[in-house]
Ligand binder design. Structure first.
Ligand code: AMP
Ligand code: ZN
Length: 121
C-alpha cells in the first residue's frame, strides 16, 4: 500500500523529506517541504510536498485535509518569495499517469515567471 501516511522506502519524495536525497529546498514547515523541480518548466517551478506519504492529492485530502491547506498556503508563499504572485502563477496536482504524474507522493507544482497557456496541454 502506498497511501498510509508512513514513509515508503522506495519513494523519491520520502527520501527528499528525510534528507537521503538532496534537493534545493526553498521553504519548510512542520508538515511540508518546498524544493525546486530538477527539470523546471518555467522560471519558477517549485514542488510543495507533504512530509507524510500519500499517493496523490485526493488521497492526502481524504486522510488529512489540513495538510492540503498547508500545501496551498506554502504555494502562495513560494510565489511571493519568487515575486511571481503579482504576475500570476499556477498550482497543479497531476493525478494519475494519464495526467503526467510520475512520482506517486502527493505534490503541488508551483509554476510562474512566464506566460501560462489556458487550457494547459
Ligand atoms: P509529476 O510528473 O507531476 O509526478 O511531477 C514530478 C516532478 O518531480 C517532475 O516535474 C520532475 O521533474 C520532478 N523531480 C523528479 N526527481 C526530482 C528530484 N530529485 N528533485 C527535484 N525534482 C524532481
Ligand atoms: Zn513518499
Amino acid at each position: 500500500m502506498t497511501t498510509t501516511g508512513q514513509p515508503q522506502a522506495d519513494c523519491l519524495f520520502c527520501k527528499i523529506v528525510s534528507g537521503e536525497v538532496p534537493a534545493t529546498v526553498v521553504r519548510e514547515t512542520e508538515t511540508t517541504v518546498a524544493f525546486r523541480d530538477i527539470n523546471p518548466q518555467a522560471p519558477t517551478h517549485v514542488l510543495v510536498i507533504p512530509k507524510v506519504h500519500h499517493r496523490d492529492a485526493a488521497a492526502l485530502a481524504a486522510a488529512d485535509p489540513q495538510i492540503v491547506a498547508d500545501l496551498l498556503v506554502e504555494a502562495g508563499k513560494v510565489a511571493a518569495d519568487d515575486k511571481v504572485d503579482a504576475t500570476g502563477y499556477r498550482v497543479v496536482f497531476n493525478t494519475g499517469t494519464g495526467a503526467g504524474q510520475t512520482v506517486f507522493h502527493a505534490h503541488a507544482h508551483v509554476l510562474g515567471g512566464r506566460g501560462l497557456n489556458w487550457p494547459p496541454g
